[in-house]
Design a binder for this molecule. Sequence first.
Ligand code: ADP
Ligand code: MG
Length: 371
Amino acid sequence: MQIYAPNALPLVNLDYRLLLPLVGQANAALARYDGLLQGIPNPAVMLSPLTTQEAVLSSKIEGTQATVDEVLEQEAGLLKGGEKFQDIQEISNYRKALFSAREYLKDYPIRLGFVRELHRLLMNSVRGQDKTPGEFRLEQNWIGKHGCTIEEASFVPPNPMQLPDHLQAWERYLNSDDVDFLLQTAVVHAQFELLHPIKDGNGRIGRILIPLFLYQKRALSQPMFYLSEYLESHREEYYQRLKAVSAEGDWNGWIAFFLQAIVTQAAQNSVRVTAIQALYEEMKLAIQAATHSQYTVHVLDAIFSKPVFRSSDLAQQLLQEFGIHEKTTPGLLRQMKDAGILRELQPGSGRRPATLCFPRLVNLAEGREVL
Ligand SMILES: Nc1ncnc2c1ncn2[C@@H]1O[C@H](COP(=O)(O)OP(=O)(O)O)[C@@H](O)[C@H]1O
Ligand SMILES: [Mg+2]
């Protein structure tokens, strides 16, 4: 198998008769989705379940099997080991990387140093150490059946000697304007996968970059548009379309696939955002009715951003952020439990605090009943 020679960007000779109708549809669908986003007062809190779901699904594409509730339970300190522990840690890292990227992008554009930082965050674990976190590769790599030789590979990315030049060209393209931002996003993602610049995590970093790039280009008001659900459910085609770019130079096929993914996923994400918003409003009334507390919205925000939690952690958080007295929180939690809003996952015993969950939000993020 020959080493792949990447195309110069921007691409020339694309089939606009094929692509333009899809470009139009994708832009319209994304604009509708962004309209919903703009109506959400605190997206980082309210849409935190979407981010968790994205982290789970993006990791699932290459075979990491974990569910939203497992990730949240581990983050709350409930799971302390087991074979999935490292996988779940990388999913948590993925979510944290998305959140921290949001802050960075308020002031700076996406640069290669930032991409390396994302990778360092993603691989921040015991196991990650042999994945050269935060570094672009210095070795030849290849894609193919597990354990295959380079001769048997289905794709061989560029030689590490030439990689820095290709990456710089990709960075320049990121910070230029192609004919359309969504078409450009398709090219940015695929070119990153074709360069395969890191030892492991190319798929996940490439997918994290999708909302970040759209946000940088002001196509989104928040860096919160996730495609992994579509890509995971069309995994075979996703891989085959990427392969067709290197094997046959079929960029049109890839871009059309990607634009269709945006159209479908934007509609799906709109449904989910609407459902989350409705749950938020419903719970505001339910918590108020159950507790008659002036702190209703603070508690609501806390359980939305962390729907599985230790009672003592929540009390600490409410104290630090809003000055709510630590003795107030247990009563609020009891009332919310009695009203069926919260459920105990693990009772407290001795000095160990109880672990509680907000099942409706977890189930909404997972897309099925898990709690
Ligand atoms: N033939 C191919 N050519 C280029 N990229 C590909 C090809 N097949 C799959 N990919 C990309 O490579 C990713 C897997 O690379 P990897 O470094 O293992 O990422 P991760 O560890 O995040 O799953 C896939 O998610 C996909 O985006
Ligand atoms: Mg991998």
